[in-house]
Design a protein around this ligand. Structure first.
Ligand code: MSP
Length: 518
């Protein structure tokens, strides 16, 4: 729903390495972006939400060879895993970029040329300890000794001494300009603790960065020197401007969506996004993004999930077991966004049964079945508002302001906490007003109470759509809210008394342990 009258909002995920099996860690980053994208769309923004896959580099070249395939055929195949994940998790991305696409090659070569013109790139020799598995060079001091006299990177990957001609980006010249940029844009790096880490890293001094390779072929050729391919970060990071139409900087797409509002990344790649990327962009005369948020890791049994450790949880498996919206809710509610956090079966079941089934599900179910039984299955008639009614409706109506604030600082858990405060207040209101006891004594007041509750549930359901789109659609169906009255502008309207309602149905089933104990 693009439109010049709407404010643009461009949000991106990292592009994922295709040679990895997608797991819940990858799903987590994209989920956060999806929820933001959905929230902003409902709030009237013109959203562009980008995700995709990172497909060049030596690792893929090698993996393709091992599989007896051409690199392109190999990445075509494995990048499908990430499209599958996007479907399984119900992501609403507007574009899916692959770094092996022609549009991306064009953008990479264009930014490279600009960097050369601006005297930011020169030819030199690279010598250093290189770990193929990490696609990274390491300083001698970072390595430890492994078996058989081998050198190991901090990740445990084997590092080897490599010397080759290489183009370099003059990162060492960017120290002061980066620090000035952070100073002038205090929200550029979030959370704040990570901003301080990045600033001290820059203060400790920056070395020029090797940005090309001659030892492998699977990459974007360097313009005018095709013996070199671009080394992974210049290629990978450029995806964000490729998808905004670069190098056509005059285009509608580029002028509208660049600079991006938010690059969401895991803390493992924050350095590349907050040091290299703004330096590349400023070096090429392009504005840096407005914000980079570095979130924490999801830990399974205390360790970051990875294929090599073998502790990978697949998002598809969690969804099959617990339900899609349940998993979406849990991941953003359980771990304060930004910090590292544990996920487990026990806490998942706790959230499903208490927050979803008991608190929110029961609230909706109780209200809708009382209406079905006692109000002829139609939206009841409101009455004059008692102080308790005003208090509850005030809380429900005030929620949107709190959510905007929470989402604008990527505080997903706070957004959900604030929402569940209203759920809790509504449940207390049901108990205090005891509409079932008013049925005989004061049917008009019973109807008024049920109207206030139905309105509250409508508010909650509309505002929870970004996190649980399918479940909330069902809830809004049961309140007979028309499809075009489900955005945040519609919060100002009200349920129309007398509107017939469908037969109520529970939206959040309890999770019963497979053993049957539960
Ligand atoms: N291809 C690069 C990124 C290039 S962006 C221009 C890359 N890919 S990756 O597939 O290894 O990881 C991408 C992201 O996945 C991480 O930054 C992080 O956001 C997410 N996660 C991977 N494992 C994770 C966890 N265990 N927990 C949370 N997020 C994790 O790096």
């Amino acid at each position: 729903m693009a439109g010049p009258d709407k404010t643009p909002y461009y949000v991106t995920t990292p592009i994922y390495y295709v040679n990895d099996v997608p797991h819940v860690g990858h799903a987590y980053t994209t989920l956060a972006c999806d929820v933001l994208a959905r929230f902003k769309r409902l709030d009237g923004f013109d959203v562009k939400f980008l995700t995709g896959t990172d497909e060049h580099g030596q690792k893929n070249e090698k993996a393709a060879r091992d599989a007896g395939m051409e690199p392109q055929a190999f990445v075509d195949k494995v990048s499908e895993n990430f499209r599958h994940l996007a479907k399984a998790m119900n992501y609403s991305n507007d574009d899916f970029i692959r770094t092996t696409e022609a549009r991306h090659k064009r953008a990479c070569q264009a930014i490279w040329k600009r960097l050369v013109e601006n005297d930011q790139i020169y030819l030199g020799t690279y010598a250093g300890w290189y770990a193929v598995r990490d696609e990274a060079y390491y300083g001698e001091e970072e390595l430890r000794d492994g078996p058989d006299g081998k050198k190991l990177a901090p990740s445990g990957a084997e590092a080897e001494w490599v010397e080759e001609p290489s183009y370099f980006f003059k990162l060492s010249e960017w120290q002061d300009r980066l620090l000035d940029f952070y100073e002038a844009n205090p929200d550029f790096i979030l959370p704040e603790t990570r901003r301080n880490e990045m600033a001290s890293f820059v203060k400790s001094g920056l070395r020029d960065l090797s940005v090309s390779r001659t030892t492998f072929k699977w990459g974007v050729p360097v313009p005018d020197d095709p013996g070199h391919v671009m080394y992974v970060w210049i290629d990978a990071l450029t995806n964000y401007i490729t998808a905004a139409g670069y190098p056509d900087v005059e285009s509608y797409e580029f002028t509208r969506y660049w600079p991006a509002n938010l690059h969401m990344v895991g803390k493992d790649i924050l350095r590349f996004h907050t040091i290299y990327w703004p330096a590349f962009l400023m070096g090429a005369g392009i504005a840096p993004p407005k914000r980079v948020f570095g979130h924490g890791w999801l830990l399974n049994r205390g360790e970051k999930m990875s294929k090599s450790i073998g502790n990978v949880l697949r998002a598809e498996d969690l969804v099959a077991r617990y339900g899609l919206d349940q998993v979406r809710y849990y991941l953003l509610r359980e771990v304060p966004f930004g910090a590292d956090g544990y996920i487990s079966h026990e806490t998942m079941v706790g959230r499903i049964n208490s927050d979803l089934a008991n608190d929110f599900g029961n609230l909706a179910q109780r209200v809708l079945s009382m209406i079905a039984k006692n109000c002829e299955g139609a939206v009841p008639q409101p009455g004059p508002l008692a102080p308790a009614d005003e208090a509850l409706l005030g809380q429900a109506r005030g929620l949107i302001r709190r959510l905007r604030e929470a989402y604008d600082s990527q505080s997903f858990h706070r957004a959900l906490e604030a929402t569940w405060e209203v759920v809790g207040a509504a449940n207390r209101y049901v108990d205090e007003q005891a509409p079932w006891a008013l049925r005989k004594s004061d049917p008009a007041r019973m109807a008024a109470v049920l109207y206030v509750l139905a309105e509250t549930v409508r508010h909650l359901a509309i505002m929870t759509q970004p996190v649980m789109p399918e479940a909330m659609a069902k809830m809004l169906d049961q309140l007979a809210v028309p499809a075009d009255r489900r955005d945040f502008a519609a919060l100002d309207s009200q349920l129309l008394p007398g509107t017939p309602l469908p037969k109520p149905q529970g939206v959040f089933p309890r999770y019963v342990e497979e053993t049957g104990e539960a």
